[in-house]
Design a protein around this ligand. Structure first.
Ligand code: L14
Length: 340
């Protein structure tokens, strides 16, 4: 069965990865419709070694399309997803536009793929930092019940798109060259050789002092774990890394689980690889997670200040499992449910 697939935001950091993931996983694409703004219309993308012309995204772009993958920002999704749904295609939306909508399943296939069948035309892909976190929380919550989680993220600039990648490059070069005339467009402060406790860079802080990214992680984790009273607090931080988000996670559990049992439990969990050998200085790194489908977890140790507590370190490719890969995996599950 061939599927007609549209990719919205096809020239972006995530859209580019979506094409590669569709191709690499041999997703049964019958026809591909690459969609972007009028600026890119007429240019080509390469899919399965063939050039395909990019079309301008319009309200009628979805006729004859079965599945549309959206990753062109929340405003574009709010405006165009309803038109896609009207054209009877199923949307997998990578933006935050519909994530907290009660009608919309928020899915990480390894954690809650059963939600996919409930969709009414839209399935939301969670925030990148949320996805890699819940892959680890879910098996622990099921096994020893989590009482509370404290997370700090170390997020790559590619989350903010190709322009942010460019800004880190240019700013790093200009600082090393001692050039003074560098003009910053994306981040509110120097990102090269620096660390910014504010994500996203563009938005004002919330009333409670949290950033949008911090609140997204909190609310999305509760929704995915299907536990509105789940206790979690977050600090989200931008670091001068191009690709892969890292997270330091402290977990208090109801019952005791040892470090060895945790390694064993997590190494059996789908989508996770335990990289944890202190004797060989082996632990997850952004540089090793680049381009990988798996999410890596290590530095697993007891929190000795608690009765039952763990500390661990999670790293995943924000453009793959954090975005393009998870979206395509949702689309794969969709095909499974359709073909029974
Ligand atoms: O909610 O700037 O999907 O790194 C993912 C990337 C939020 C911002 C989301 C970033 C966005 C984030």
């Amino acid at each position: 069965m061939g599927v007609n697939v549209a990719v919205v935001g096809v020239t972006g950091a995530v859209g580019t990865e979506m094409l590669k993931v569709l191709e690499r996983r041999a997703f049964p694409v019958e026809t591909l419709r690459p969609l972007a703004s009028s600026r890119s219309a007429g240019k080509d993308v390469v899919f399965r070694k063939e050039k395909v012309a990019i079309q301008e995204l319009r309200e009628d772009s979805f006729e004859g399309i079965d599945i549309a993958l959206f990753s062109a920002g929340g405003d574009i999704s709010k405006k165009f997803v309803p038109h896609a749904v009207k054209s009877n295609c199923v949307v997998v939306d990578n933006t935050s536009a519909f994530r907290m909508d009660e009608e919309v399943p928020l899915v990480v296939p390894e954690v809650n793929s059963y939600k996919i069948a409930d969709h009414k035309g839209i399935i939301a892909n969670p925030n990148c930092s949320t996805i890699q976190l819940v892959l680890v929380l879910k098996p622990l919550h099921d096994t020893v019940k989590i009482k509370r989680v404290v997370v700090s993220t170390y997020q790559a600039v590619s989350g903010a798109g190709l322009i942010a990648i460019e800004e880190l490059k240019k700013e790093t070069e200009s600082l090393l060259d001692k050039r003074k005339n560098y003009e910053r467009n994306v981040f509110p402060h120097q990102i090269a050789f620096n660390i910014l406790p504010q994500i996203p860079q563009s938005n004002a802080f919330m009333q409670n002092g949290y950033t949008e990214e911090e609140m997204k992680m909190i609310m999305e984790t509760k929704k995915i774990l299907d536990d509105p009273s789940f206790r979690i607090t977050t600090t989200t931080v931008r670091v001068p890394v191009f690709r892969c988000h890292s997270e330091s996670v402290n977990i208090e559990t109801q019952s005791k689980i040892s470090v060895d049992e945790t390694r064993d439990l997590l190494s059996r969990a789908e989508g996770l690889v335990v990289l944890d050998d202190p004797t060989r200085q082996l632990y997850p790194l952004a540089s090793t997670a680049i381009g990988k489908d798996d999410t890596f977890v290590g530095r697993i140790r007891e929190d000795e200040s608690l009765e039952n507590g763990l500390n661990l370190w999670i790293v995943s490719d924000n453009l793959l499992k954090g975005a393009a890969l998870n979206a395509v995996q949702i689309a794969e599950k969709l095909l499974d449910t359709v073909s029974g």
